[in-house]
Design a protein around this ligand. Structure first.
Ligand SMILES: [Zn+2]
Length: 253
């Protein structure tokens, strides 16, 4: 059921073509998991919350640090040293008190990922490390959970959406996590807040479209969006399912 207040609050999206009250009901009854409440996650959480997603799980073990504040828009200077999850939910609950938030105040690890992810309809991977990205891919493919996965660095970012066993997965595109220390990190080389915000918004948009429209052709499937915001370059690259993928192929290696 959508209340009179909700009908008014979400008026401008309910009026979108093919969205309607039915789309809003789908959002309200949906459960979306956001892994990481940092630069990407802040933007993801902001937009999922104001769109009226009924149930939002948040996984993040960290506390707010001064270096977070150039991009992690859910946190203020008054939140320094506080838990990110509690600080985030404090703001998001004011933004939209009708959303139910579920806290996971710890890291996503191989021994807890399945138990958490299986509770959700869609997963937004918004972490800052390859280990978590590959773990989310592998568990989501195993459980058949659709997800969007993204990464940002300086002014650049890339992003793809995966419908497990139907479209190319993160491992089809990138094989294995690079060795720690073999790739540049944002803590060493920087990240512009707007880059994280932009990609977080595209991730939230993919999640909302998946829930509302149920039309795969509207999603970033079998392709990677690559954007360089320093040079205003916006491109998509086609990728294919790897028939020998160690995770999503039917071949047991
Ligand atoms: Zn694959």
């Amino acid at each position: 059921m959508i209340s009179t207040k909700e009908n008014r609050k979400y008026d401008r999206q309910i009026k979108l073509p093919n969205f309607g009250i039915e789309g809003q009901k789908r959002l309200k009854s949906s459960k979306i998991l956001v892994i990481g409440a940092g630069g990407l996650g802040s933007a993801v959480l902001y937009y999922l919350t104001c769109a009226g997603v009924g149930n939002i799980g948040i996984v993040d073990p960290d506390k707010v640090d001064l270096t977070n504040l150039n991009r992690q828009i859910l946190y203020f200077e008054s939140d320094l040293e506080k838990s990110k999850i509690s600080s985030a939910i404090e703001k998001l609950s004011q933004l939209n008190p009708d959303v139910n938030f579920i806290k996971y105040n710890h890291s996503l690890l191989s021994d807890n990922a399945e138990k958490i992810i299986k509770e959700y309809d869609f997963v937004v991977e918004a972490s800052d490390n390859f280990k978590t990205k590959f773990l989310v891919n592998d568990v989501c493919v195993k459980l058949g959970k659709p997800f969007v996965i993204g990464g940002v660095f300086q002014f650049e970012g890339q992003l793809m959406t995966v419908l497990p066993k139907k479209t190319a997965c993160y491992r089809c595109a990138f094989k294995d996590a690079p060795e720690k220390g073999s790739y540049p990190t944002t803590s060493e080389h920087g990240i512009m807040g707007t880059t994280a915000g932009f990609f977080g918004i595209v991730e939230a948009n993919e999640a909302i479209k998946y829930i509302v429209f149920k039309e795969p052709e509207k999603l970033l499937l079998n392709q990677i969006l690559y954007t360089d915001l320093l040079h205003n370059s916006f491109e998509t690259f086609a990728i294919q399912r790897d028939e020998s993928c160690s995770v999503c192929s039917d071949i047991t290696l």
